[in-house]
Design a protein around this ligand. Structure first.
Ligand code: FPP
Length: 257
């Protein structure tokens, strides 16, 4: 066998997505498969949040956005919503030290003002305590949905125009996007959804316009660092063209001698 056959292919070059967003799905099915209440699935899901936040840092992913609670999730049974809010508060209390130690900045997207007061208090505290960190950012999407986000942005933009602070005829994405709750955050490069579902479910619909999508059958409580690495490897194999041709985006090949 020629020696070169054992060398890694150039296609295996490491190209880590800077911003990964995840639709964490399958907690309920994970619990049902074990004859456990749904909330046990969510509890295990919180463990996976910890694992994956660490794994992302170790893999060199600088920003991670997690879809933790959608605007539609309020319609779930009252005890499940209450349990999810309780878990969120518990998680924030417990993780603050780790965020500070690992220099992870916390941010949120979504209508935070409608969350229970206790959750809001811990969110604001954690955000303030981690605001100075710049290397890694964890973004929690809470009471988030793209459609409400667009409605809120249009409302805020209209108010700014009425107040003479924005120009009606600007009509640029760079201006409009400043009114979205993701203002200041880069668009996601990769969106992963677990549990075999292949939908975006109102998650980062505008920001994900050019994101690569990876769907995995793994249920969120079972999702591991290896699964995240696999999704990143799949991302690295994709060619991102942003509406251009393959020839336009390919790096120029070195001149042959
Ligand atoms: C979807 O699974 C998951 C959710 C709606 C909630 C996600 C929440 C967590 C992982 C825990 C809280 C998060 C943090 C950041 C502390 P599902 O319940 O829809 O699963 P199913 O489709 O199998 O029923």
């Amino acid at each position: 066998m020629p020696h070169s056959a054992t060398r890694p292919e150039p296609a295996e070059r490491v190209q880590v997505p800077a911003h990964v967003a995840i639709i964490m799905d399958g907690n309920g099915r994970w619990a049902r498969a074990r004859g456990l209440p749904r909330i046990e699935g969510h509890r295990r899901g919180v463990e996976t949040v910890r694992t994956v936040t660490n794994a992302a840092r170790e893999l060199g992913i600088r920003m991670l956005t997690l879809y933790a609670f959608s605007v539609e999730n309020w319609q779930r049974p009252k005890d499940e919503v209450g349990a999810l809010m309780g878990l969120l508060e518990f998680y924030l209390k417990k993780e603050l030290q780790t965020f500070v130690q690992d220099r992870v900045r916390l941010r949120t997207i979504g209508r935070i003002d409608d969350l229970p007061a206790g959750v809001q208090k811990h969110l604001r505290h954690t955000i303030a305590e981690t605001a100075q960190f710049t290397d890694y950012t964890l973004v929690l999407a809470l009471n988030y949905g793209s459609r409400t986000e667009v409605v809120d942005a249009a409302h805020a933009y209209a108010a700014a125009v009425a107040a003479g602070q924005a120009k009606l005829n600007d009509r640029s994405w760079s201006t409009f996007s400043r009114y979205l709750s993701t203002d200041g955050l880069p668009d996601p490069d990769l969106i992963i959804r677990t549990s075999g579902e292949t939908r975006l479910s109102n998650f980062l619909l505008l920001q994900g316009a050019y994101a690569e999508l990876v769907f995995t059958p793994v249920l969120w409580p079972d999702f591991t660092k290896a699964d995240l690495a696999d999704a990143c490897a799949e991302y690295a194999r994709r060619e991102r063209r942003y509406g251009l041709t393959s020839e336009q985006v390919k790096p120029a090949s070195p001149a042959t001698p």
